[in-house]
Design a protein around this ligand. Structure first.
Ligand code: CS2
Length: 483
């Protein structure tokens, strides 16, 4: 096996390396969640910012529980490879990361209280938050929240760690860090802010008032399609670089980051990497979540039912690709007007990105955590359409496809990879395979869909009709029927 990537000497000429002196830049960011997405996105922007404008903005990465990636990074001096799959594959070594922490909450807490840390960023996926989004408050039943409320001095979850670190900084007279959510949630900054303050209100109301006055939670829209790393990724990286890099990731050439510019303690010059700083991220976030992620979820469940393993196979199927275009058009109709969005060209670009022959993005990966993803991808836009008398049938069909996929899982004796799998399976069991009962049985799970949607007979009736067609005539008939 080739040597590991612990220094940059002797790499082949075609491999891009950091053009700055890494040792000259201190750590300024603590990032929670070292998943492939972060390594292909924020780390790359930060690498560009350091190259263009310098500053003490390198990243200390941390995983709350696992230590594989932190160990791999630490064994290679924080360096890792990003493989960009475009017309040709290109490898780039990222130098923005420093030491990493794996599965050690006490060490994360210590790092978060260091005055050098001026930004605490995170990409942990939707289910880590522990926030009741309808109430804009903590979800006391969330396992990490419940545990940390009982032991706030030794937190292990996201909200507990942030609140305890902020409390220690306040006590020591250290300015708070800016909290930057990089997850696919609408209004992610304010949402996280509400969760942090909700947690603090229960443990230290005075601290909650201080957080409200002093801590910034800018909103962001993050985008880069990044499939899970596979053996093939690592083999291709090794072929290009001559190094075995277990922390390597593969991704598409496209990337986008739209950020609300509110960083009282400063920030890296992320615009050097193409980040856009705006006053209101909302319209960009809505367009991305509803058109990109909404179509992704549709392809994930339809693709699974149709035996299509990859997103590129899903858009290669003429019927499914036509459905995705219709779904995108329906999603586009829900976007704010007058915000300067060009949803037509955005949609065309998305279809080309989905079809990228170099990217093997598994539909099953995207199908994960439906109860966390679908509220913002499908149910919110559907409810908005219904409230203005619009046509929500595209979203009803998508919902029927998800329900049919859940039923198939149940029939096969398996379970979806979803934090609410138990509750989903119980509702499915109660409803039997009855297409008339399934929509309300599942959609009425607390917090899943707006009440207006669950109570809309127009919507649930359309889901039932689509589900009946899927059960009777199969998914292909349902997606081509025009209903
Ligand atoms: C995907 C996203 O897995 C999923 O749910 O829809 O990870 C998607 O690939 C990214 O948001 C693209 O930026």
């Amino acid at each position: 096996m080739s040597p590991r990537l612990s220094d940059l000497a002797g790499l082949p000429a075609g491999v891009a390396v950091p053009s700055y002196d890494r040792a000259a830049h201190g750590i300024g960011i603590l990032h929670l969640g070292l998943g492939a997405f972060h390594r292909a996105h924020q780390a790359v922007y930060t690498d560009d910012a350091l190259a263009a404008a310098g500053g003490d903005w390198r990243i200390m990465g941390a995983n709350l529980r696992s230590h594989d990636i932190p160990d791999a990074l630490n064994a290679q001096n924080g360096l890792f490879t990003v493989l960009e799959r475009g017309e040709t594959d290109r490898a780039r070594i990222i130098g923005a990361h420093g030491p990493a922490i794996g599965g050690d909450p006490a060490a994360i807490l210590r790092a978060a209280t260091d005055p050098a840390i001026r930004i605490l960023s995170l990409s942990l996926s939707e289910k880590a938050y522990g926030i009741d989004r309808a109430a804009m408050d903590i979800d006391e039943a969330h396992p990490a929240v419940a545990r940390d409320l009982s032991q706030p001095q030794a937190p292990q979850g996201l909200l507990g760690l942030i609140v305890t670190a902020l409390s220690a900084r306040r006590a020591a007279g250290v300015a708070p860090f800016t909290v930057l959510s990089c997850d696919n949630l609408p209004d992610n900054g304010p949402l996280l802010g509400a969760g942090v303050m909700g947690f603090a209100r229960r443990t230290d109301p005075d601290l909650a008032r201080w957080i409200e006055a002093e801590v910034a939670f800018p909103a962001t829209m993050v985008d880069r399609i990044t499939p899970a790393t596979t053996d093939r990724t690592l083999a291709d990286i090794e072929a290009l670089t001559g190094r075995h890099d277990p922390a390597g990731v593969e991704t598409e050439p496209f990337r986008q980051w739209v950020i609300e510019d509110h960083f009282p303690q400063g920030r890296p010059a992320w615009e050097a990497g193409g980040a856009e700083f705006v006053r209101d991220v909302g319209p960009y976030e809505a367009m991305k979540l509803r058109m990109l992620n909404g179509s992704h979820s549709l392809m994930a469940y339809a693709g699974q039912l149709m035996g299509l393993e990859l997103v590129r196979d899903a858009v290669g199927d003429a019927d499914l690709s036509a459905l995705v275009r219709r779904h995108m058009a329906a999603a586009a109709a829900t976007l704010p007007r007058g915000a300067g969005l060009d949803s037509d060209s955005y949609g065309r670009a998305l279809m080309a990105r989905f079809a990228n022959p170099g990217i093997a993005h598994r539909t099953l990966q995207i199908a994960m955590d439906g109860t966390e993803k679908l509220p913002q991808r499908w149910f919110a836009p559907a409810a908005e359409l219904l409230s203005t008398g619009g046509d929500a049938r595209r979203f009803a069909l998508a919902t029927a496809i998800w329900l049919a996929w859940l039923c198939r899982m149940q029939q096969a004796g398996t379970r979806p990879d979803d934090p609410r799998a138990d509750a989903l399976m119980a509702r499915l069991h109660d409803a039997g395979m009855d297409a008339a009962r399934l929509p309300i049985a599942v959609l009425s799970l607390p917090g899943l869909a707006p009440a207006a949607l669950v109570e809309s007979q127009i919507f649930t009736g359309a889901v039932t009709r689509a589900l009946t067609t899927i059960f009777r005539d199969g998914i292909r008939r349902a997606i081509t029927s025009g209903d």
